[in-house]
Write a protein that binds this ligand. Structure first.
Ligand SMILES: Cc1cc2nc3c(=O)[nH]c(=O)nc-3n(C[C@H](O)[C@H](O)[C@H](O)COP(=O)(O)OP(=O)(O)OC[C@H]3O[C@@H](n4cnc5c(N)ncnc54)[C@H](O)[C@@H]3O)c2cc1C
Length: 328
């Protein structure tokens, strides 16, 4: 039987999220080498409107719609994935670590005695050995591990966001769209969410641009400046532990060993020295830009571009240039 790689689609409202296209791209590249089909699974209370965005990029789009999926609930998702795997026998499940439901996947891997890779940063096929090779971020991103496995049983692979490229152009595949045929009954679930507390949406893990500040921002006012720059760049704000401990922003903004691991396309470090604990959180960042008044600050060693100077002069100048560029 032909092998199959299943991508779990990440979406919000009317859009399939870019990270899904990254996964479909790496899935397609691997599929060509191991002769597999690529399937996307889209789950939610109402998802049929999303399927056109996936046409041409995979062989099959499976839709699973159920009002039970209005809120994320571990038990419900776990049952869906268990039944999907039992019925369709995927060889590889590819999931982004920013997908809600990530708590399901290590358990699924254990249940099916599957290969399990978390923090995956790349995937390739070694034809001579017949192995799938991967690199994964371990120890809070402080090390990168190289590993390989034979596809003798299912593999569950959780990837870091923004580490794979998206397809350059619209795919040419003929895509079949159909419902995922598995039963799900509300009566099977012992717990039911009766209400949820609304929080302001926060997308540090998903943001393509992150503007982060450290002790050099000198206070909550400095973070307002960062928020303004981040807003102009459609990015998110992040912080060092020092800034969080000073009370300038909440812990959910913290990047690093004891904060979030992020992998944006552009990371702008403002008034950040670049301690190993902080750098552990930006291993996956593609382009790092640092602004620091100390030319010997360690952050410059991890930077692609460095600006030596005072953040309170440079950030307003950057904001002004962006405004000039966009004609504001
Ligand atoms: C177990 C453990 C876990 C940790 N986990 C984390 C973590 O998850 N994340 C994290 O960030 N840290 C973490 N830390 C703390 C970490 O070691 C550093 O202390 C922290 O990252 C330093 O933050 P900072 O760069 O903001 O401050 P500093 O090291 O004080 O650096 C401030 C920088 O701002 C520059 N500066 C000052 N004023 C200006 C200005 N006007 N214009 C331009 N530049 C200016 C200075 O030159 C300096 O380089 C951890 C530490 C431990 C022990």
């Amino acid at each position: 039987m032909r092998k199959s790689i299943w991508v779990i689609a990440h979406h919000q409202e009317t859009k399939i999220k870019p990270v899904t296209f990254e996964l479909l791209n790496i899935a397609a590249s691997l599929a060509r080498k191991i002769d597999a089909e690529v399937n996307a699974l889209v789950l939610g209370p109402s998802v049929a409107h999303l399927s056109p965005q996936l046409i041409g990029l995979c062989d099959h789009v499976y839709l699973f719609e159920d009002p039970l999926l209005t809120e994320y609930h571990y038990e419900t998702y776990q049952q869906i994935f268990l039944r999907m795997i039992d019925k369709y026998h995927p060889d590889i499940l590819l999931v982004s670590s920013i997908l809600r439901g990530t708590d399901c996947f290590p358990r699924l891997a254990a249940h099916f005695k599957a290969h399990y890779v978390s923090g995956c940063m790349d995937l390739s096929y070694l034809p001579d050995q017949g192995l799938i090779q991967y690199h994964q971020a371990v120890y809070e991103g402080r090390s990168i591990l190289e590993g390989a496995f034979k596809l003798d049983r299912m593999a569950v692979i959780m990837t870091l966001p923004h580490v794979f490229t998206t397809p350059a152009e619209k795919g040419q595949k003929e895509t079949i769209v159909s419902p995922l045929q598995i039963p799900l009954s509300p009566m099977e679930f012992i717990t039911r969410r009766v209400s949820s507390i609304k929080t302001v949406s926060f997308s540090l893990g998903e943001a393509l641009v992150v503007v982060a500040g450290g002790r050099g921002m000198q206070g909550a006012g400095g973070f307002k400046l960062l928020a303004e720059l981040a807003g102009k760049l459609h990015g998110a704000v992040g912080a060092t532990k020092a800034a969080v401990e000073a009370g300038w922003c909440e812990h959910r903004f913290q990047i690093g060993q004891t904060g979030s691991l992020i992998s944006p396309e552009v990371y702008i470090a403002c008034g950040i020295s670049g301690s190993i604990h902080h750098l552990a959180g930006i291993q996956g960042a593609q382009t790092v830009i640092a602004i620091n008044q100390d030319p010997d600050a360690p952050i410059f060693k991890r930077s692609d571009y460095g600006i030596t100077g005072n953040v309170f002069e440079i950030i307003p100048a950057l904001i002004q240039s962006i405004d000039n560029f966009s004609g504001v």
